[in-house]
Write a protein that binds this ligand. Structure first.
Ligand code: ISC
Ligand code: MG
Length: 512
């Protein structure tokens, strides 16, 4: 039986509660009803094409037919300009039935919305064989046009075959890893839009009619009105507050006893929406609210999608140059300039936050050293300031060693202690044993792989949206000096961007 939200006074964001401790939570966390009930119906079937859409499709169809006349065995991209303005996210929302991907890099002036598949490299078994994955991707990308990118990602725990509740069936369509070469893309770069079709030749020459037919169903919608999001009416925290406190205390004992130095423990916050919701609509609200982040959506088929706004780069590869980042240690932004400056100083000087960050920085430096030469790291730590939060930050660079590729870097770096812990294997084993849910793709690498180039974000500040359910995931690094309540509140702050767009950011909505 779900229970109603207990009444309590508001707690200032990110601060510890005063007064008596909260009542002991139930053994199995039960749903908490939120007070919101309003629900807006969406009608994604009403799509009006922009003026000239038929000409755009006809021009691209000509390009497709021309390209398939070549007998060369290679992957090519053909494209045409799209007049006017439209948000790539609105374009892909108009294809509600297809496999879809959305990627907007953090520092890159390029946004890609994509639907349909020209090719897929996926696997559902674990552990992931990074060498084999690298060979397959290299082979498919050999001689490909420079813009050809396989988009996707993998599970956080790509090393474990199966366990009770893992993988959770909701993550099944995502597989252990999945990289998609999209059939159609709307690319916005340098202020212009292009509609792109990717063809795997000579194979696609035999399906040219089918591809041109599919292009006919690709709408070029007029910019949509701002569509409101439905308000969640129920919230369930897994673990609940009591179980979380026990988990953190266990981790602190392990740290005290010397068996672990750091472990990142996470929570799942499930919001019930009352009616099915388009996951890409969530992202279309999240993106403007979270500047300075990677914005992504992966929808393997009709239905569930993994969407998020992550501030954290796992790595970027351009030729032989690799750039990674250590992002860890957290404080909120202040409401006034003075409070903001104080919180910045607090973050930069806190021994606990510095320790939390140093584990990540040192691990990335050592792991990158295995696949790169000339690994460089700045002496001073900096700050990554976001709309609601801030983190300690360091940029780490290197030059790829000969005979080393993208999946070698992926294997070396993932999971960093920003999402796993130190020592890595022991921390991942603790996460498996202690967390009462499957992380799925949360905290896994998400991004793209091209020929001699790649970029991956760490898949956090993210959620799994399926039908009328939205599960948000977030974690906090537990180190010496951590306290269960402060880490609970830190996670509450990290889900704040999602909570705000969903209209549940009132601290009274927290279920403790
Ligand atoms: C694990 C998450 O954040 C990581 C990244 C930055 C700061 C973190 C922290 O201070 O605990 C986490 O290590 C998450 O957002 O789910
Ligand atoms: Mg932290």
């Amino acid at each position: 039986m779900p229970r109603p939200l207990p009444s309590r006074s508001a707690t200032p964001h990110g601060r510890r509660r005063e007064g008596p401790p909260p009542p002991a939570p139930p053994l199995h966390p039960r749903p908490v009803f939120l007070t919101h009930t309003s629900m807006l119906d969406l009608d994604p079937t009403v799509i009006r094409d922009i003026e000239g859409a038929d000409d755009v499709r006809a021009a691209l169809a000509d390009r497709i037919r021309d390209a398939t006349r070549s007998s060369a065995a290679r992957t090519v991209r053909v494209s045409v300009p799209v007049p006017g303005r439209m948000r790539p996210i609105d374009w892909v929302r108009a294809r509600s039935s297809a496999e879809a991907v959305y990627w907007s890099g953090r520092d890159e002036d390029r946004t890609v919305a994509a639907c349909g598949t020209a090719d897929v490299v996926s696997g559902s078994t674990a552990p992931v064989d990074y060498q084999a994955l690298g060979r397959v991707l290299d082979e498919r990308l050999d001689g490909a046009d420079s813009g050809v990118r396989y988009y996707g990602g993998m599970r956080f725990d790509a090393g474990q075959p199966t366990a009770p509740n893992r993988p959770d069936g909701r993550w099944a369509p995502f597989g252990t890893y999945r990289f998609v070469l999209p059939r159609f893309e709307l690319v916005e770069a340098d202020g212009t839009l292009r509609l792109v079709c990717t063809l795997v030749l000579p194979r696609d020459a035999e399906r040219v009619d089918e591809i041109v037919d599919a292009l006919g169903a690709v709408a070029l919608p007029v910019p949509s009105e701002h569509t409101a999001l439905p308000r969640p009416h129920q919230r369930q925290d897994v673990p609940g507050h009591g179980e979380w406190t026990d988990m953190v205390r266990w981790a602190l004992d392990a740290i005290d006893g010397g068996s672990l130095d750091k472990v990142v423990l996470a929570r799942r916050v499930a919001l019930s929406l009352g009616a099915p919701m388009d996951p890409l609509l969530v992202l279309s609200h999240l993106e403007p609210a979270t500047p300075g982040c990677y914005h992504f959506a992966v929808r393997p088929s009709r239905g569930a999608a993994f969407v998020g706004a992550s501030p954290e780069r796992l790595f970027r590869r351009a030729g032989r140059t690799v750039v990674s980042e250590a992002v860890a240690g957290t404080r909120p932004r202040g409401e006034t300039a003075a409070e903001d400056a104080r919180l910045r100083q607090e973050l930069l000087q806190s021994p606990k936050e510095r320790r939390e960050h140093a584990f990540v920085r040192d691990a990335i430096r050592d792991d990158l050293d295995r696949v790169c030469r000339e690994v460089r790291i700045p002496k001073k730590r900096g700050e990554l300031a976001l709309a609601r939060g801030r983190h300690l930050h360091a940029r780490i660079t290197g030059t790829l060693r000969p005979d080393t590729g993208t999946t070698d870097v992926l294997e070396a770096l993932h999971p960093t202690p920003a999402v796993g812990g130190v020592p890595t294997d022991d921390a991942v084993a603790a996460i498996r044993a202690r967390e009462p849910f499957d992380r799925g793709w949360y905290a896994g690498p998400v991004g793209w792989v091209g020929r001699d180039a790649a970029e991956f974000a760490v898949g956090l500040r993210a959620g799994l949206v399926e039908e009328a359910q939205m599960a948000l995931f977030s974690g906090a690094g537990i180190v010496e000096g951590s306290a269960p309540d402060r880490e609970w509140d830190e996670i509450e702050q990290k889900i704040g961007d999602f909570a705000a767009i969903m209209g549940v950011s009132d601290p009274r909505m927290a279920s403790r």
